[in-house]
Design a protein around this ligand. Structure first.
Ligand code: FEO
Length: 401
């Protein structure tokens, strides 16, 4: 049975949610599920803005047919050719033989790569100068390459001032009946999932997101309709401010993220002691995570959030403890910049993880390493505890500078 919601009198949300999928992109845990949004514009012409993932095809088709209410589908605009949004192009092409597929040159070439069905005589290739009139509604195309693939574009509907923003402003999380930003608790789960989504999926492409934000700033926008997560209409400023911070790698919080790996609890003890010392220094924005027990996507999201990051890791095979190495590898890949780090190493006979972490961080833009780095030999002793106290003071001084 169809399950739709109107986002305006003439635009219907025809997407759906998946709570069965454990890992988005077979990588990222999604305990709250994920939503795939698609929107149908009903005018003299009918126009669908993107499709959905194959996993919810049946629900999507029921939604589209119900919203069309016996009409045909004239246009499908493909803003993003990643399979979580384009998996139903062939299905729609077969159901609606007169439907035209609208995309830019790269979109059209990706369609040919993904599908065998010859759609070449059914495509309309657009540039940023083109518009598509549907009657009262008129679509303008705003290219946003690498947010998150090179073909990505956003579509702006001028009469109702709606930005169909593709992956931008999206979030993990299935819809719970609610769809709009004013129907959910924004500060808790949704913003946290929006951060984890942005930082891990698009985080690498800050400069490209900045370009897209500048283009969006030139538009009069009343509602942002992304391909994932909630629809923004009352709290757009909040998500736009977050995007400004995230895409310039500017921390949201002046505080300390403490990440530790620990085989037997001794490095964990050092992390906890340091966190307590920081609290004694009057620092109360502190978050502590075990890198072995926390998914790296959450560690990345928190790293984008905090200004200062403490890394505490054992030496393992003369290298960095694997779970910490995995985090650092992601951190570098996702282009995080402009953070202050502090390092704690542990090793029973040859502590080397501090040196290895330092070398890794030195390859990342705008990173500062606060001194002293602390060395623990097996377990914290008075001498290394005293080193931790000096480091806590150095972190506090940096935070207050
Ligand atoms: Fe939601 Fe880049 O696809």
């Amino acid at each position: 049975m169809y399950c739709t919601r109107n986002i305006t009198d003439s635009i219907v949300w025809v997407g759906g949610s998946d709570r069965r999928l454990a890992l988005f992109e077979n990588l990222f845990p999604i305990p709250r599920g994920v939503a795939y949004n698609a929107y149908l514009i009903l005018d003299e012409k009918t126009c669908l803005m993107d499709t959905v993932d194959a996993s919810i095809r049946q629900q999507f088709i029921e939604n589209v047919l119900a919203a069309l209410d016996g009409r045909t589908l004239d246009y499908l605009v493909v803003n993003h050719m990643e399979p979580d949004h384009c998996a139903n192009i062939e299905e729609l092409a077969l159901r609606f033989p007169d439907m035209k597929i609208v995309g830019n040159a790269k979109t059209i070439s990706f369609i040919q790569q993904f599908y065998d069905l010859d759609l070449s005589d059914r495509t309309i290739t657009v540039t940023e100068k083109d518009t598509l009139s549907l009657g009262r509604h008129e679509l303008h195309f705003v290219f946003a390459p690498m947010v998150h693939w090179p073909e990505v574009m956003m579509s702006y509907e001028a009469s109702e001032k709606i930005l169909f923003s593709a992956d931008a402003f999206g979030s993990f999380g299935a819809h719970n009946g609610t769809l709009f930003d004013d129907e959910v608790e924004l500060d808790s789960e949704w913003m946290s999932d929006a951060r984890r989504y942005y930082t891990n999926i698009v985080g690498k492409y800050g400069p490209q997101v900045q370009m897209a934000l500048k283009k969006a700033a030139a538009l009069d926008i009343a509602l942002i309709a992304p391909l994932h997560g909630i629809v923004w209409r009352r709290k757009m400023t909040e998500i736009l401010e977050k995007y400004q911070l995230w895409s310039t790698y500017t921390p949201e919080e002046t505080g300390v993220l403490v990440l530790y790996g620990s085989m037997y609890g001794n490095t964990e003890n050092a992390a906890n002691v340091l966190a307590a010392m920081l609290a004694d220094c009057g620092i109360h924005k502190i978050a502590v995570y075990d890198v072995s027990n926390t998914h790296v996507s959450q560690l990345i999201a928190e790293s984008f959030r905090y200004s200062h990051i403490v890394l505490a890791a054992p030496t393992y095979n003369n290298e960095i403890y694997p779970a910490m190495y995995n985090y650092l590898h992601d951190l570098k890949s996702l282009n995080l910049q402009k953070r202050s780090f502090a390092l704690i190493e542990n090793g029973t006979w040859g502590p080397l993880s501090g040196k290895a972490m330092r070398e890794f961080l030195q390859g990342i833009k705008g990173m500062t390493i606060l001194e002293p780095s602390v060395t623990i030999r097996s377990a914290l002793k008075e001498e290394s505890r005293a080193q931790l106290a000096v480091l806590a003071d150095a972190i506090a001084a940096s935070l207050h500078s």
